[in-house]
Every structure is written in C-alpha cells, then in structure tokens.
Ligand binder design. Structure first.
Ligand code: SAM
Length: 230
C-alpha cells in the first residue's frame, strides 16, 4: 500500500469513528430509558447495547429512528426488532463467552452483532439473500466475525450442530423439532410462539435428550417464521 492510499484509508477510518461517536449519546439514552428502566439488569448485556452501532444496521432512510423504542422496517417486509426485545431475548439466553449460538432470522444483523459482542460464536440464517448480504456487509465494515447463511433456518444447521444456544427471531405456532434436536443438552432456546398476531416469548431448556422444560417470558409480536421445518 502506498503512503497516500494509507493516509486516505486512515482518513476514512477516522470519519467512520466520528460517525459512530455521533450516536454515543443516543445509545446511552436507549440503555438508560428503554432497557435499564425495564427489566434488563445484566451489565454485560447493557454494555453490549451501549457499544454496538445499531444505526449501521438500519436502512439510511430510517437512520434518524435507529435508537427509538420500536421496531423498524428493513426491506423485504421484515423488521429489526425493538431494542428492548433484542435485549430481553439476549438476557434470556444467559450466554457465556465462547458459546456456539444459532440465530434463525438474521434480518438486519443487529441481534447477531450483540451476541458476537458478548463473545458468542454466531451462526445466523436468513431466508432473504438481500438481507443476508446487507448484514454481511455491515459485519465486514465493523470487523465482526459472524457466519451468515442464506436458507431455511427452520431446518437449523446440521453441519455445525449441536448449539449451546438457539435464538429464533420470527414467530411460529410451535418450536421446530429440528431446532430442538440441534440444541445441546443443557442448552437454551428462545423463540416467540403463538398465533400470527400475538405470541409469547418462550424459553426452552433442554434438560436431557428427551426432556425440554419451557417457561413463558412475556407477550410479543414478531413477523412469521416461514419454512419447511414447521
Ligand atoms: N434478528 C433480526 C435483527 O436483529 O434485525 C430481526 C429479525 S426479523 C424480526 C425476522 C427475520 O426472520 C426476517 O428477516 C425473516 O426474513 C427471517 N425468517 C423468517 N423465516 C425464516 C426462516 N425459515 N429461515 C431464516 N430466516 C427466516
């Protein structure tokens, strides 16, 4: 690399850092008012939300609303979830660094980025190539090593299974059996389960290869999970 191209690369990186910094206050407000005031009390999770640049994961037309307390359109008739819902699902996963995690429904890539920030080895599957490509681009830009696949996430990822954690960010009437079979014993799966317009966030723990314990966390509304494994 020549001295002048090294200089221009540095200028571009400095500009990028400034852009990220311009949203620091918005991230802080989001953490204090939307997460901490509700029931998000895991300090590692709060730190992740204060650092991961959510505004890079939304379309340019939505950037002013990136830190608002609501979901946003990301194209392909899909959404990036409300920050609180991403935080709650992350907290319910009870992650440890190094855990192998499968996410079904990459969408914008923001949830995956939060999991990566917390030290997880993240595999994420998205059915729309356009969304997967855009998430990949952001991961590359911010240097996050996350494996993104295009395909039907209801079938999981047999090659990489078992997973210590699985998070499904789209809703269905039941948890796909394939995903439960790809969950390690002792592992946790988090997913919205219910009808098209009203679901409950379900936390499933695999006690043994035959026994799954389930509990309800809260009411929620997600876009539908669409796939052959339902
Ligand atoms: N986690 C995302 C984020 O951080 O932006 C939000 C996900 S959005 C609420 C749900 C996503 O699940 C959509 O992008 C949708 O295309 C995807 N989806 C639905 N069914 C799927 C399937 N069978 N396999 C993979 N992705 C699926």
């Amino acid at each position: 690399m020549t001295t002048s191209s090294r200089k221009s690369k540095k200028i571009i990186n400095d500009i990028f850092d400034m852009i990220v910094d311009a949203y620091t206050l918005e991230r802080k407000n989001m953490v204090l008012n939307q997460l901490k005031k509700r029931n998000i009390d895991d300090l590692k999770v709060l730190k992740a939300f204060s650092q991961v640049p959510r505004h890079l994961f939304v379309p340019l037309s939505q950037i002013d609303y990136a830190y608002y307390d609501r979901p946003l359109d990301i194209g392909c008739e899909q959404t990036i979830s409300q920050p609180y819902m991403v935080a709650l699902m992350t907290q319910e996963l009870d992650l440890e660094p190094g855990m192998k995690v499968l996410e079904v429904g990459t969408g914008s890539g923001y949830q995956s980025a939060i999991l990566h920030f917390l030290g997880a080895r993240v595999y994420t599957i998205e059915r729309f190539e356009k969304l997967a490509d855009s998430a990949k681009e952001v991961f590359k830009k911010i240097g996050y090593d996350i494996t993104v696949k295009v395909g039907d996430g209801t079938l999981g990822s047999p090659k990489e299974a078992p997973f210590e954690r699985i998070i499904v960010t789209a809703a269905a009437a039941k948890i796909p059996q394939t995903l439960l079979s790809q969950l390690a014993v002792g592992g946790i799966l988090v997913m919205p389960v219910g009808s098209r317009l009203s679901q409950e966030l379900i936390i499933a723990k695999k006690i043994s290869s035959e026994k799954i314990d389930q509990r309800r966390s809260c009411a929620c509304i997600f876009v539908p999970l669409v796939g052959k494994g339902l």
